[in-house]
Design a binder for this molecule. Structure first.
Ligand SMILES: [Zn+2]
Length: 283
């Protein structure tokens, strides 16, 4: 059965860089937000104006140039998806894994889960970081974004659970701080061997024509970076102290891979390793 990876989560959570990193794997090709490409309203912008992560315009991109007719047709989303998979298989072979990072646009998820071997990576950015970045971009109240983060994630999670899909929770913070550790966990979830190639998203063979502009940002494509400006916001610190429920949900979604480990074994900072080294080199 054809394997499909779907990155779910809210926009601005780091899905573009994760799509590009996974697209460096020899068995995976990422296609960005497929659902947005299927939208008839986006055709001109995406195919004529947008630059793909491969560096070419949509009309010249090795993958998407073959999809314009299908995308702009009146077919249903499911029909379009089936045709896209045919084009994909013809180009890359049946064994190649397709990666879709449409995030919280999921009208075809149930169909994908029924007909394909679907693996969902639920990517979440710490709500304080997400809220601060949305706030600095739009100047709308932080409180508005705090609630939005919470309720949109709740809704998305509810739908995914209802569909009964396999979910792997990944925090963007975990990924940015310990990319190798987290990418290894993702590879295990997808059942592919880890490759160090994943640590260099710039070398991706993914074709992303819709998504965060970081897809064409030479500096951001070099690796995983973390924007920690939110840590300087007093207002955000005060607001986040008021929402214990949100903080619990945040911990569950964003830090599940590192908070589950024993304090002594915690990645490279655990006490066990320090004790062994101290015994050998301090005494
Ligand atoms: Zn391309």
């Amino acid at each position: 059965m054809k394997k499909i990876i779907y990155i779910a989560g809210l926009g601005h959570s780091g899905s573009t860089i994760l799509d590009m990193a996974l697209g460096c794997h020899p068995e995976i090709v990422g296609l960005g937000e497929i659902y947005a490409v299927f939208n008839k309203k986006n055709q001109k912008a995406l195919f004529e104006e947008s630059t793909c992560s491969c560096g070419k315009k949509g009309v010249d991109c090795d993958f998407w140039k073959n999809l314009r007719k299908i995308s702009s047709s009146d077919k249903t989303v499911e029909e379009k998806y089936r045709l896209l998979i045919d084009v994909f298989n013809e180009k890359y072979g049946n064994e190649m894994i397709l990666l879709d990072s449409s995030k919280n646009s999921y009208p075809y998820l149930q169909f994908l889960n029924k007909e394909y071997d679907l693996r969902v990576i639920y990517l979440t950015r710490d709500y304080r970081s997400w809220v601060y970045s949305r706030f600095t971009r739009t100047r709308k109240p932080m409180l508005f974004f705090i609630f939005r983060w919470y309720f949109e994630n709740k809704k998305l999670l509810y739908m995914l659970k209802k569909y009964g899909v396999k979910i792997n929770y990944i925090g963007y913070e975990e990924l940015a701080m310990y990319p190798e550790l987290i990418l290894k966990k993702i590879c295990k979830f997808i059942d592919v061997d880890f490759s160090k190639d994943l640590l260099f998203p710039d070398n991706t063979k993914s074709h992303i024509i819709n998504g965060n502009i970081s897809r064409v940002d030479k500096d951001k494509r070099k690796g995983f970076f973390y924007d920690f400006r939110w840590m300087t916001s007093g207002r955000l610190a005060l607001l986040s102290s008021l929402f214990a429920v949100f903080n619990r949900f945040n911990k569950k979604l964003v830090y599940s891979n590192i908070s589950r480990t024993n304090k002594d074994d915690f990645h490279i900072f655990g006490n066990k390793k320090k004790d062994i080294l101290s015994k050998k080199h301090n005494e």
